[in-house]
Ligand binder design. Structure first.
Ligand code: CO
Ligand code: ZN
Length: 339
């Protein structure tokens, strides 16, 4: 099968979002890209103290609820810890990065500098650890290194379409940002006051959503995030698969979704005759926890997009899942909510 890159608007938006670097704490570029995309489709946009981009759409009516939707816009990456006399840089990871997916890969620093990840000679039959890896920026000495201690890079890999599958780095969680943006555009009227939060620092512990949820003070909330699948050779036994529809989270290791939210999502999927799948994730967390645990507690859940190879430079989602997630989210938010 030949890889194709059709010129369609959805893929163009995905490509512009996933190819903008923004590891945790460095979300300023992606925030501007999203702000430009949404400004005509919401009523108010603010950036809070941590850098969360918060877009309000609609005003709370007698029949309405205040809803927080959270899609994190940070991504995994690396931070330089040391540059040696020959210009090779050592690093720590930002979020969960597997050393096996790093070797031979490229990184893009926030200042535009590129780097290649190399590995030391290893003893036979040993697995590489992060401390065996280094970044080669083309420098020949510490004096001419274009990067210094504390500099941050994201992984670099162009987005491609492979039939119905879409592949890119940072589908986690830019694909959810795309779902939130497209749902925002699709909602013409709503009795609800919707706060679309493009949250920061999720990969280092749900930090942005924690302050955003406190600030928004929602009646209920939904995270939108990717979830790993069980549909590849010898993967973890898990029933989430690509192409089986939006995944409705029941639990992950950070929170148990509110039963009322789960039922609300299932009912809407059935009313729209959308395919959907139930998600039980054994390990991993989402902004849903931050919403649920804020203040005195908030009913919260999570709409997940099935994704293969999560936290690798080639995260894969299914286009129909993305489109159906947009429809599900827009349907949920545009009507009166009865939990
Ligand atoms: Co992640
Ligand atoms: Zn994520």
């Amino acid at each position: 099968m030949k890889n194709e890159t059709p010129k369609d608007a959805l893929f163009a938006l995905i490509k512009s979002l996933v190819e903008t670097p923004g590891p945790s704490g460095q979300e300023h570029l992606i925030r501007e890209v999203i702000k430009a995309e949404i400004k005509d489709y919401c009523d108010e946009i603010v950036t809070d103290a941590l850098g969360n981009l918060i877009a309000r759409k609609g005003k709370k009516t007698a029949d309405g609820k205040r809803v927080m939707i959270s899609a994190h816009v940070d991504e995994i990456g690396v931070m330089i810890t040391h540059v040696d006399e020959n210009g090779f840089a050592r690093f720590i990871t930002i979020g969960g990065v597997n050393p096996l997916t790093c070797i031979g890969g490229r990184v893009l620093f926030m200042n535009g500098v590129s780097g290649v990840i190399g590995v030391e000679r290893l003893e036979p039959n040993t697995m590489p650890k992060h401390e065996n890896l280094f970044i080669d920026t083309g420098a020949t000495s510490v004096a001419d290194s274009p990067v210094k201690v504390g500099d941050v890079a994201g992984f670099y890999r162009p987005a491609v379409q492979m039939g119905s599958r879409l592949v890119a780095k940072s589908m986690d969680d830019r694909i959810a940002a795309v779902v939130a943006i497209e749902a925002m555009k699709a909602i013409k009227t709503t009795p609800n006051e919707l706060y679309f939060v493009f949250s920061v620092q999720e990969e280092v512990g749900l930090r942005g959503a924690t302050t955003a949820a406190y600030g928004v003070d929602p009646d209920l909330g939904l995270a939108v995030d990717v979830t790993p699948t069980g549909d590849t050779p010898k993967s973890t036994r898990r029933s989430v698969a690509l192409g089986k529809g939006p995944a409705i989270k029941v639990r992950d290791s950070s929170f148990i979704a509110d039963t009322r939210i789960i039922n609300w999502m299932v009912k809407e999927a059935e009313a729209q005759k959308l395919p959907y799948q139930m998600e039980v994730l054994e390990a991993g967390g989402t902004d849903g926890r931050a919403i649920q645990m804020t203040r005195a507690g908030v009913p919260a859940g999570c709409l997940s997009i099935a994704c293969r190879y999560v936290h690798s430079p080639s995260e894969m989602v299914d286009r129909a899942d993305v489109e159906n997630s947009i429809k599900l989210l827009a349907g949920l938010l545009s009507k009166k909510i009865v939990l």
